[in-house]
Design a protein around this ligand. Structure first.
Ligand SMILES: Nc1ncnc2c1ncn2[C@@H]1O[C@H](COP(=O)(O)OP(=O)(O)OP(=O)(O)O)[C@@H](O)[C@H]1O
Length: 300
């Protein structure tokens, strides 16, 4: 079961109040000869959106799978809500597993179930005593909370667009009222408007539901717009965890290339424009937005 900082077991509906719901220390993961992580440390703060970035194959998904117990590490310690995930028996983990929700890459919905039935899967697993009608109502509520129209409840995944599938996956991840939300590349494959809408939804859900979010992404706009801090994976470990502006000051080749390369600068300019637009009633800001909008690409 989840524990507070003193080791006291938390009641089923009691929320974790410690500072770090996820603590990873000295993590090593290897597949045969291939060492993916070595001496990896990471602490996720309660109530933050932590972005996780790194080149392809640096082990972002493996890190997430280790934290949620789908990948057994070769070495190291992982604590979620104060409970060690590395030495827990599967039964013991249940008191922790129903406190998180996961949106896997691509949504990972059951294709033979409707959206509503997909959302009901974790509810039935952890709360088999809930009556059928209440299950349906909870599922409908989660679907709408994720920004889908009510009719989507009875649709099958094949009848949904890519963006709607992500929202359906999110609805399922929110089924158990989690405190922790894991999102693996939530905006991959979405058009820029769909991606921005999903970012807004994540930010609103964090604020209204008090979530802590572990967010793997390649999307620079997402990093700039909604992440409180960003962890950078390189050289088999987390080489830095900080705000984006602070990371941009670091003298690491991958970080410089990523955040200060052309795409990184474009994302930064877009964010600055957004900030200014929010203050459009101020004449100076309105003027600046007009001027920046006219700046030719590459000159911003
Ligand atoms: N089950 C597995 N068996 C063997 N190797 C694996 C397994 N899962 C992951 N790997 C390897 O571990 C490394 C890290 O994979 P992972 O999917 O975590 O990378 P990633 O950083 O999420 O990459 P991307 O950004 O491309 O999604 C890769 O080299 C991958 O091939």
């Amino acid at each position: 079961m989840a524990e507070d900082e003193t080791g006291r077991t938390l009641g089923r509906h009691e929320r974790y109040r410690g500072e770090y719901p996820i603590v990873v220390e000295g993590l090593k993961n290897a597949f045969g000869e291939q060492v993916v992580h070595e001496n990896l440390d990471l602490k996720v703060k309660r109530g933050e959106i932590l972005g996780v970035v790194g080149g392809s194959g640096t082990g972002k998904s493996v890190l997430m799978r280790s934290i949620i117990g789908l990948q057994t590490p070769a070495e190291g310690e992982i604590k979620v809500f104060g409970r060690s995930m590395t030495d827990a028996e599967p039964d013991e983990e249940i008191g922790v597993r129903n406190r998180w929700g996961v949106l896997f890459q691509g949504g990972a919905l059951f294709s033979t179930l409707t959206v509503g039935e997909n959302v009901q899967v974790p509810l039935k697993q952890f709360y088999p005593e809930i009556p059928h009608q209440l299950l349906e109502e909870i599922a409908r509520y989660k679907v709408m909370l994720s920004g889908l129209p009510e009719e989507a409840v009875s649709k099958y995944p094949s009848e949904l667009s890519g963006g709607m599938k992500k929202r359906a996956g999110l609805a399922r991840a929110l089924a158990l009222d989690p405190e922790l939300l894991f999102l693996d590349e939530p905006t991959a494959g979405l058009d820029p408007i769909g991606a921005a809408a999903f970012d807004n939804l994540t930010r609103e859900l964090k604020a209204t539901l008090g979530l802590t979010v572990f967010l793997i992404t390649h999307d620079l706009d997402t990093l700039h717009e909604i992440c409180d801090r960003v962890a950078v994976l390189a050289d088999k470990r987390v080489i830095a965890v900080d705000t984006v502006p602070n990371l941009m000051e670091l003298d690491h080749p991958w970080i410089q290339e990523y955040f200060n390369g052309p795409r990184g600068r474009a994302a930064l300019t877009a964010q600055a424009l957004d900030e200014l637009r929010r203050h459009m009633d101020m004449p100076v800001a309105a003027h600046a937005v007009k001027a920046l909008d006219k700046t030719p690409p590459g000159k911003a």
